[in-house]
Design a protein around this ligand. Structure first.
Ligand SMILES: [Zn+2]
Ligand SMILES: [Zn+2]
Length: 317
């Protein structure tokens, strides 16, 4: 299937590839980046049942072979021959992208593609993490470390999945302001060590779930210390850091820590339903737009911390 790309959310992973801070063996050059896209179907190809030319679609950044043990178990995000747009093959900072039709998820024509595109990666990643990896329950308290594109989406999705109390931790006031708009309690951790003490005190030690959306050894440790007995940490930010955790807390406090990578494609219809139902506050999550020719500037602005939430790169036609 051929899709005319409308827009891409700008993800920090793009910058990691752009600056070549990824391990040597993962580098493929030349490579078109971009993996958080939405667009319209322009040519059908095979296996496109249920889709028609002109349909709006959301494109998962990671998809699988369909045959391996992980794919068979519904975890094609972990596929042994996994495809990652803009990483293992050309991505979506392009006018067109060809991909298997079963990995294009139809959205209503009324969906604004220039905002909804961020659901392809940031929204779906946190949806999977919250819904399946840590299984947030109605009425629970959730702490999110790092309120960038991923973190703000996490607060939004946690709220939609029924979390009653949200705590947003960041060092940037603008990001915390955005978090407040999503109903979160802002906690500025700038210059503070052991922010977990403040979170435990503010929540009455009721935070069962913490998400690390920063990708830093320190925040992962803070998140682990923040959750109450039986609590769980999901690591969504990428880091090569090593983390120091007191092993006794796994046993004595029954805490768990795990990771979450992308989102199995079987969950995309649920993500689409959530966004079509108005559950995602795109006006809060998306703060800036760039045209494709400004994409390098966008990378620099993201690195310099000048972007609140997500920036979107529009593709001209
Ligand atoms: Zn990404
Ligand atoms: Zn597979």
């Amino acid at each position: 299937m051929l899709v005319e790309v409308a827009a891409n959310g700008l993800c920090h992973t793009d910058v990691t590839y752009y600056e070549a801070t990824i391990p040597e063996k993962m580098r493929i050059y030349p490579l078109i980046l971009g993996h958080e896209a939405a667009g319209k179907v322009v040519a059908m190809g095979t296996g496109a049942e249920g889709l028609a030319e002109g349909d709006s679609v959301l494109l998962p950044p990671v998809y699988g072979c369909g045959d391996c043990d992980y794919c068979q178990a519904g975890l094609d995000n972990l596929c042994r021959k996994s495809v990652f747009l803009g990483a293992s093959r050309h991505g979506t900072y392009a006018q067109y992208v060809a991909l298997p039709a079963k990995f294009a998820f139809k959205m209503k024509p009324s969906v604004d593609l220039e905002r909804a595109c961020i659901s392809a990666d940031s929204v779906s990643t946190v949806y999977y993490s919250l819904k399946e990896r840590v299984g947030v329950q109605k009425g629970e308290s959730v702490a999110v470390f790092g309120c960038g594109g991923l973190g703000l989406a996490a607060l939004n999705v946690a709220r939609e999945l029924g979390a009653a109390k949200l705590y947003a931790v960041d060092v940037r006031e603008e990001s915390l302001e955005a978090a407040k708009k999503l109903g979160a309690e802002p906690v500025n951790s700038k210059g503070k060590e052991k922010i977990f003490k403040e979170l435990k005190s503010a929540s009455g030690d009721s935070i069962r779930i913490a998400l690390d959306c920063v990708g830093h050894g320190t925040t992962i440790t803070e998140a682990f210390n923040t959750v109450c007995k039986g609590g769980e940490v999901s690591v969504i930010g990428f880091t090569l850091d090593e983390v120091n955790l007191r092993a006794g807390n796994f046993m004595g406090l029954q805490k768990r820590i795990g990771g979450s990578w992308a989102c199995p494609t079987r969950l995309y219809p649920e993500v689409v339903e959530l966004l079509e139902g108005g559950g995602i506050d795109f006006d809060v999550l998306v703060s800036k737009f760039y045209d494709l020719e400004q994409v390098e500037q966008a990378f620099h602005d993201l690195e310099a911390g000048k972007i609140v939430g997500r920036a979107v790169v529009r593709i001209p036609h």
